[in-house]
Write a protein that binds this ligand. Structure first.
Ligand code: ADP
Ligand code: MG
Length: 465
């Protein structure tokens, strides 16, 4: 083996450091370690599945590029989860679950990938169709408008802007529009439909500038028949990317191409986006999605169970639908975890299989949201104890969970920084302020991290007063 992986990784880390904001680098790359490997493989070990998935979704291309630049011997890059000292299943309720994501090591070959920019595009998820989307009161308008935009592109609503909290079906609807356009649009050859996230759009733009390929980048986005952009809230404070999107928007709109955008908030609340961009977002139709009511939750669970060939009794579905109210992804996640557990135990799925995955019983509802409760829930979420959060360990996973608990405690209770310092093992108020600031920065810079925090926050809000 001619490549010294450690040295090579050091070099690549330096490059990445130069390209990314510091907190982004630390979050995603700080804990990555090269693994022994041969034959042009380059294996990286991530500390957990969350980091692995985030890297694969957003940074794999960049890593590959930097590696290939530094060594011609590297042919294939893969990311895996580092073996931990047996962190047993936690039964935690708020761990972000992404049922459709496979946990196996995924890899890609840079040499193949670079041949066509098309291959680096995010593929449409074939499962996310209109047929698989359950209509309900809360999503009626967004659903009908998405269908109309897909059936009469650029004529019904252009752009269509959908906003909702996490886990309520925005991404699903975007893909549904994409899948429909792909199969029905009357074009010469296959319709060109691009789905991307705003973070990905920003990263690709940076890469294009770096490689002097801005023309190609522009062409790629400005020549499509349908443009689906997910999570535009992450363009806040990204001036250059907003500028680029503004021109992309104008060109597509001018050429009568359909544009669909999503966000976690309405256009008016995208306060750090350029006005001219926000005003364009409002040109067509703005539709929101509200959390599903009980009937819709039941219908969604039935549909998901059906799709996955899972046999479950109505009483089990009812229990899940009663306890999980504000997030469809969590609804689906609870079902899948429970089924997996019943499968392992080789038993029929019963209520007792579900308890560990469901938020506390009704009896616990309306408990007061205190700093102690937040500490407990955050510790639980990361397989740690409250003592870990109060203690002085500097291990990354402990320190980060501590920052998160402090951040949420500050945001969700009336506690002052000095009072929080007391609650977190007698820390100085400036230390606590630092934690709060750090999480704020990470939220600004890293969409996945933001989602994670939001899920914990939503869980806390739905369980406590
Ligand atoms: P968001 O992008 O708003 O965070 P997603 O589109 O990723 O949410 O949805 C999360 C999960 O919930 C997906 O698996 C999606 O299929 C499912 N989902 C959400 N709403 C519905 C619905 N009305 N019918 C069926 N599945 C849904
Ligand atoms: Mg989404």
């Amino acid at each position: 083996m001619s490549v010294n992986h450690s040295l090579l990784w050091k070099e690549v880390q330096q490059k990445l450091k130069g390209e990314l904001p510091k907190s982004t680098f630390e979050t995603w790359f700080g804990e990555l370690r090269p693994q022994p490997s041969s034959n042009g493989d380059f294996r990286l070990a991530a500390p957990n599945g969350f980091i692995k998935r985030g890297l694969e979704r957003n940074y794999l291309d960049l890593i590959e590029e930097c590696l290939v630049e530094s060594s011609e011997d590297v042919k294939e890059v893969s990311i895996e989860v580092r073996e931990m000292k047996s962190s047993t299943e936690s039964g935690s309720q708020t761990t972000p679950v992404e049922p459709s994501t496979k946990e196996q090591t995924t890899s890609s070959s840079p040499t193949q990938k670079n041949q066509s920019s098309d291959q680096s595009k995010i593929p449409l998820n074939k499962e996310y169709t209109f047929d698989n989307f359950v209509q309900g009161k809360g999503n009626q308008l967004a659903f009908a408008a998405s269908q109309a935009a897909a059936e009469s592109p650029a004529q019904a609503y252009n752009p269509l802007f959908i906003y909702a909290n996490v886990g309520l079906g925005k991404t699903h609807l975007l893909h549904a529009v994409g899948n429909y356009l792909k199969h029905h649009l009357d074009t010469v050859g296959e319709a060109q439909v691009t789905y991307t996230t705003s973070e990905r759009f920003a990263i690709e733009m940076i890469q294009a500038i770096r490689k002097n390929k801005t023309e190609e980048f522009r062409k790629q986005y400005r020549s499509v028949d349908g443009f689906l952009l997910d999570d535009v809230q992450f363009l806040q404070n990204k001036e250059g990317t907003q500028e680029e999107l503004f021109h992309t928007f104008n060109e597509l709109y001018g050429n009568g191409k359909q544009i669909v955008l999503t966000s976690d908030r309405p256009p008016d609340e995208l306060s750090d986006l350029q006005n001219r961009l926000v005003s364009r977002f409002r040109w067509g139709l703005v539709a929101d999605i509200q959390p599903p009511n009980f009937e819709t939750r039941m219908a969604i669970l039935r549909k998901k169970a059906n799709q996955k060939g899972i046999q479950v009794s109505d009483s089990v579905l009812e229990l899940i639908a009663k306890r999980i109210t504000s997030n469809v992804r969590a609804l689906e996640g609870a079902l899948i975890k429970a089924v997996a557990r019943a499968d392992l135990a080789n038993t029929e799925l019963g209520q007792e299989d579900l308890e560990p995955f469901l938020p506390d019983k009704d009896a616990d509802h309306n408990k007061q949201l205190t700093v102690d409760v937040i500490k407990k829930e955050v510790a639980n979420n990361y397989d740690l104890t409250c003592e870990d959060l109060e203690g002085s360990s500097r291990k990354q996973e402990v320190a980060q969970a501590r920052h998160i608990a402090i951040y949420l405690a500050r945001e969700m209770t009336d506690s002052s920084f000095p009072a929080l310092g007391e609650k977190f093992g007698g820390r100085d108020h400036s230390t606590v302020m630092h934690s709060h600031r750090k999480i704020n920065e990470m939220i600004d810079e890293t969409p996945l991290f933001y989602e994670e925090i939001k899920e914990i926050e939503q869980h806390l809000r739905s369980t406590y007063e």
